[in-house]
Ligand binder design. Structure first.
Ligand SMILES: Nc1ncnc2c1ncn2[C@@H]1O[C@H](COP(=O)(O)OP(=O)(O)O)[C@@H](O)[C@H]1O
Ligand SMILES: [Mg+2]
Length: 262
């Protein structure tokens, strides 16, 4: 894919001592880790470990009780979801967030709203500048679709596509925002083994070709061991390990946490 929009100067994401308490329960307990620019960083752990809570704090959906999340000069813990997105931090949503009746192309264009200068009014009036901009967005959407293997499906309504293909549309829509950092919550959940391998390869190629940092929240340890540069392991809201995949996989605390899962 062309590097026209390749993000320059992607900063690290620095999660420091983040604690999230719900009534009577500490879902995250002073968790720290750093997502280095241009890497795939996985946060893994058994069910209930605090992975989704962490994801929701990073995307502005949950407020941290204490702690900080810095992305360059921005402090994300005080921002709302659309403000986090405007800084170039994109997340995938579940299928529900896609418009099933609309073709793939339109779903990806919706992902580009934050980049649309002309806006709705000018587009509605068909001003020349707006038309030019629309053509550029359509060309970019076609390029992104090609990159994630959706080239043949641009005109297909999303709801008619197989599940594994819909998951690619989710990823493509996040990429349509031209993010610096991509947050993925269990991107292979519900997929068969063939689809899992394909998605893992796609995630690696997003990193390699686009230089985007990726934070991947995942239950399945096997999945992240193949593609993550670094892994943070949570258990009962606490960080129990943080390091390269090989080191983490051999850590007795990590093995214990996964064995302890019923
Ligand atoms: N909105 C919430 N209100 C109350 N408790 C919550 C909420 N979200 C998560 N929890 C609790 O926080 C803990 C961590 O949950 P979660 O982050 O979803 O774990 P994971 O994604 O690793 O399975 C669980 O005990 C869960 O029940
Ligand atoms: Mg979860």
């Amino acid at each position: 894919m062309s590097s026209t929009y390749r993000p320059d100067g992607t900063p690290p994401l620095e999660v420091r001592d983040v604690t999230v308490r719900f009534a009577g329960l500490t879902a995250l307990d002073a968790v720290s880790f750093t997502v280095e620019p241009g890497t795939v960083h996985a946060v893994i752990g058994p069910n209930g470990a605090g992975k989704s809570t962490c994801f929701n704090v990073l995307s502005g959906v949950y407020r941290a009780t204490t702690g900080s999340v810095r992305f360059g000069t921005a402090e994300l813990t005080s921002l709302r979801p659309h403000e986090v997105a405007a800084l170039g931090v994109a997340r995938t949503f579940q299928n529900i967030a896609l418009s099933p009746r609309l073709p793939v192309r339109d779903n990806l264009l919706l992902g580009r709203h934050r980049l649309t200068r002309a806006g709705f009014v000018a587009s509605g009036l068909r001003l020349p500048g707006a038309r030019r901009e629309e053509r550029a967005h359509l060309a970019r959407v076609a390029e992104i679709a090609e990159f994630v293997g959706l080239g043949a499906h641009l005109a297909s309504p999303v709801g008619l596509l197989p599940y594994g293909v819909q998951k690619r549309v989710e990823l493509a829509r996040a990429l349509a925002m031209e993010p610096k950092l991509l947050l993925l919550d269990e991107p292979v959940a519900g997929m068969n083994s063939g689809e899992r391998v394909e998605m893992a390869e796609l995630i690696v190629s997003v990193k390699r070709s686009l230089g985007i940092s990726i934070l991947l929240v995942e239950h399945d340890m096997g999945m992240v061991m193949r593609l993550a540069d670094r892994v943070t392991v949570l258990d009962f809201g606490k960080r129990i390990a943080d390091g390269p995949p090989d080191e983490v996989r051999a850590d007795p605390k990590v093995i214990g946490a996964y064995l302890g899962e019923s």
